[in-house]
Design a protein around this ligand. Structure first.
Ligand code: KIV
Length: 273
């Protein structure tokens, strides 16, 4: 077995992730939204699967993550859960199901946990959502935080550029990260912030810090599956490493199928009853 896979955990839990941080083992995390992909990711050995609200973009074709509903997230999460044996599955609380109302936040989280069987939830924001985080944690539901670029607030920011480059925003992010850890979040996602700031947060916190566009000095990395496989084509930020050009492969296969059907080559004698 390769060195990076030596720690052969049978089931990834929040406790295992914490141990990985303290042993300096990097955490791998990818998004998935359906059974077939979740099965592949899990059997490949991914540590954490995020049922991200990026489903709103890559599955449903919306421009932002705002339109996806709680019912739709539960549908994606329960499909993923049927394909996973080992990975920890975290589900995004979608926009409008927790902001400004901690009772609704708890209700939404309980629905996700009960109806999908997922292991944890993730929510975007700092001190402004602490009341919700405390209430959810009090019900025994593990919470992953998310700071930096928070796509559910796109209409407030107006753009997807790198966050927290200025001192004031960086200080606010550090203070939020400390508050989220103190509240009891088991991990934190940092999205699209300067690598030096992410490094600082990583060294200050005891909980794992997972980056997306936050550089190399964090405890783990997350990417959107459709971006890293090259299924999406238009989205190509600097932080995205594409491991495949699946859109071209899929188009090529579909074109070959169309040709075989049109020319009568498919099916042949061995492909019929
Ligand atoms: O929804 C999502 O995919 C995410 C990741 C980008 C971290 O929140």
């Amino acid at each position: 077995m390769s060195a990076y896979l030596e720690s052969n955990y049978r089931k990834i839990t929040t406790h295992v992730l914490n141990g990985m941080k303290h042993r300096g083992e990097k955490i791998s995390m990818l998004t998935a939204y359906d059974y077939s992909m979740a099965t592949l990711l899990d059997s490949a050995g991914i540590d954490v699967i995020l049922v991200g609200d990026s489903a709103s973009n890559v599955m449903a074709g919306h421009k932002t993550t705002l339109p996806i509903t709680l019912d739709q997230m539960i549908y994606h999460a329960s499909s993923v859960m049927r394909g996973v044996e080992r990975a920890l599955v975290v589900v995004d609380l979608p926009f409008g199901t927790y902001q400004g109302n901690s009772k609704e936040a708890l209700h939404s989280s309980i629905r996700i946990m009960k109806e999908s069987g997922a292991n944890a939830i993730k929510m975007e924001g700092g001190e402004e959502i602490l009341e919700s985080i405390n209430r959810i944690l009090s019900a025994g539901i593990p919470v992953m935080g998310h700071l930096g670029l928070t796509p559910q607030s796109i209409h407030k920011f107006g753009t997807y550029v790198v966050r927290a480059k200025e001192d004031a925003e960086a200080e606010q992010l550090i203070s939020d990260a400390i508050k989220l850890e103190k509240a009891g979040c088991f991990a934190l996602v940092l999205e699209k912030i300067p690598a030096e700031l992410a490094k600082k947060v990583q060294s200050m916190l005891k909980i794992p810090v997972i980056g997306i566009g936050a550089g190399m000095h964090v405890d783990g990395q997350v990417l959107v599956l459709h971006d890293m496989l090259g299924i999406t084509q238009k989205f190509s930020p600097r932080f995205l490493r594409r491991y495949h050009n699946l859109s071209e492969e899929i188009k090529g296969s579909v074109q070959a199928y169309i040709k075989d059907v049109k020319t009568g080559d498919f099916p042949n004698e061995r492909e019929q009853y």
